[in-house]
Ligand binder design. Structure first.
Ligand code: FES
Ligand SMILES: [Fe+2]
Length: 427
C-alpha cells in the first residue's frame, strides 16, 4: 500500500536577535561571579536592639548566621547544627555562654562554636568536644551589628578600617532604615552610584518637591584612596532636544538653583551653608562609592550612606543611614526631623523608587551610555580591590599554623562613632 506521507512538521524556534552592546560581564570576572557578594568584608546585619538572648537567623553572602546576645555581647555562629542540620537559631540558651540546638540539645559555646555538651547523650558523651560550628567576628557600631564574612579562615581586620573614616573620627546622630529587598545587590549598588537616573527617576519624589534637579550633567569619575567620586564638571538645568523640544526639572514652586557655579555638595545647586565636619572632608564629589558596596552622598547638612548587603541570589538588604554631625540639643532637632519627615520621604518613598528599579533591572545584556562611566568605574574598582583581597587571603592560608593563630588576636574596639546615638529601628 502506498500512502501519501504526511509532511514532516518541523517546529523552528526563531532565534532571538542578539541584543546590542555588552552581552555579559566577563570583562569583570570576579564581579561577574559575585552574585552572592564579596567575602572578606564586614556587613551591617541588623540593629543592635534587635539582637537579644533569643537567637535570630540572618543570611549574608549566602551564609546562614545565628545571632545571639550573651552578657551584653553579640555572637554569630553558622546557623546549622552538624547533627541533622537544624538551624541553631531555632534553639535557645540552656547554659550561660552557649546556645543549644532545639532538636537533641547539642550545645555549642558562643566564643568558639565548640560542642561543649550533648544534653541527650549524658555528661560523658563521647562526641562532646570533638566538633564545632563556625563562628564569625562581630562588632557593634552606629547602632548596628556588623559581621565579618571571611574569604577562608583569615582573621577579621578592624571594622574601623572599613567604615567611612568620617564616621570613625566624628560623633554624630544616626537615623536609618533596613529593608529586605528583591534584586541582585550589584544592581542596587550600581543604581546607587548611577549618574543618570536621579534627575529623571526621582523627579516625582516628594523629597524633591521643592528642590530643583538638573536635566543632565557632564561628569567625571575621580578615584581617591579606596573611594571613587562622581565629579560634576558641568550642570545643565534645562535643555533643548532637537526634534522633540525643551525639557527641564525646574518648576515655579521649586527653589531656584544657583546656576552660576557647580556645587560638589548635594545635587540641588550651590550656595548652601555646609556643616563644618562635612566641609572638612573635602570630598572631590558629592557621590562616592567603595567596596564592598557602600554609597556615600554628601549633602550640606548630613551625609547619607547606603550599604547594599548581599543576602543570596537575587536578594539583598538595603541599609540606609543618614548621619548628622551635630551634638547636644541639636540632636533632638534631628530626631524630630528624621522621624517626622526624612524617614518617610527619603528613606521611604524616594528610596522606594530605587527599590522598584533594582527589582526590575535585567542585565546583562546591556548597552551602556555616556553617564554609565559611573558603573564601569565601579566594576573596575571592585575587580581590582577584590583581586588584592583574594591574594592576601590565599597568602594567609599558606602561613604556618602558629603564625595564623597569632594574627587571630581580636581587634581593639575604638572610634567615636561607637557612641553615636541612633534613631529609628527600621524593619
Ligand atoms: S539536629 Fe541539632 S541536636 Fe540534633
Ligand atoms: Fe536613586
Amino acid at each position: 500500500m502506498t500512502g501519501v506521507e504526511a509532511p514532516k512538521v518541523t517546529q523552528e524556534v526563531p532565534e532571538r536577535p542578539r541584543a546590542a552592546g555588552r552581552q555579559d560581564w566577563t570583562a569583570w570576572p570576579k564581579y561577574n561571579a559575585a552574585g552572592r557578594g564579596y567575602r572578606g568584608y564586614w556587613y551591617p546585619v541588623t540593629w543592635s536592639s534587635h539582637i537579644t538572648a533569643k537567637p535570630a537567623s540572618y543570611t549574608i553572602c549566602g551564609e546562614k548566621l545565628a545571632l545571639i546576645r550573651d552578657g551584653g555581647k553579640v555572637y554569630a555562629l553558622h546557623d546549622r547544627c552538624p547533627h541533622r542540620g537544624v538551624p541553631l537559631s531555632e534553639g535557645d540558651q540552656q547554659f550561660p555562654g552557649t546556645v543549644s540546638c532545639p532538636y537533641h540539645g547539642w550545645t555549642y559555646r558562643l566564643t568558639d562554636g565548640k560542642l561543649v555538651a550533648v544534653i541527650t547523650d549524658g555528661p560523658d558523651s563521647k562526641i562532646c568536644g570533638k566538633l564545632e560550628v563556625q563562628t564569625y567576628a562581630v562588632e557593634e557600631r552606629l547602632g548596628l551589628v556588623w559581621v565579618y564574612i571571611p574569604v577562608t579562615r583569615e582573621p577579621a581586620p578592624p571594622l574601623d578600617e572599613q567604615l567611612p573614616r568620617e564616621l570613625v573620627e566624628n560623633d554624630g546622630v544616626v537615623g536609618g532604615r533596613i529593608q529586605a529587598r528583591a534584586g541582585d545587590w550589584r544592581f542596587a549598588c550600581e543604581n546607587g552610584f548611577d549618574e543618570g537616573h536621579a534627575k529623571y527617576l526621582h523627579r516625582t519624589a516628594l523629597w524633591r518637591l521643592f528642590k530643583p534637579m538638573p536635566t543632565w550633567n557632564v561628569t567625571r569619575i575621580v578615584p581617591d584612596g579606596r573611594w571613587i567620586y562622581r565629579v560634576q564638571d558641568e550642570v545643565y538645568w534645562e535643555a533643548d532636544f532637537p526634534e522633540v523640544g525643551r525639557w527641564t526639572n525646574k518648576r515655579w514652586w521649586k527653589k531656584r538653583p544657583d546656576e552660576s557655579q557647580v556645587s560638589q555638595i548635594g545635587n540641588v545647586g550651590a550656595g548652601l551653608e555646609v556643616n563644618p565636619v562635612i566641609a572638612a572632608q573635602k570630598f572631590p564629589g558629592f557621590a562616592s562609592l567603595s567596596m564592598p558596596g557602600v554609597l556615600r552622598i554628601a549633602y550640606p547638612n548630613f551625609i547619607h550612606y547606603e550599604f547594599y548587603v548581599p543576602v543570596d541570589d537575587g536578594r539583598h538588604q538595603y541599609v540606609g543611614l543618614m548621619v548628622n554631625f551635630v551634638s547636644g540639643i541639636r540632636k533632638l532637632g534631628f530626631y524630630a526631623k528624621y522621624l517626622g519627615a526624612i524617614r518617610w520621604l527619603f528613606h521611604g518613598q524616594f528610596s522606594g523608587q530605587d527599590a522598584w528599579m533594582v527589582e526590575v533591572t535585567d542585565a546583562p545584556p546591556e548597552k551602556l551610555y555616556r553617564p554609565d562611566v559611573s558603573l564601569t568605574a565601579w566594576r573596575n574598582l571592585a575587580e581590582e580591590e577584590y583581586a588584592e583581597k583574594l591574594t592576601a587571603a590565599v597568602d594567609f592560608v599558606k602561613q604556618p599554623v602558629a603564625k595564623t593563630r597569632e594574627r587571630r588576636a581580636p581587634a581593639a574596639r575604638n572610634g567615636a562613632a561607637a557612641s553615636a546615638q541612633t534613631v529609628s529601628s527600621g524593619e
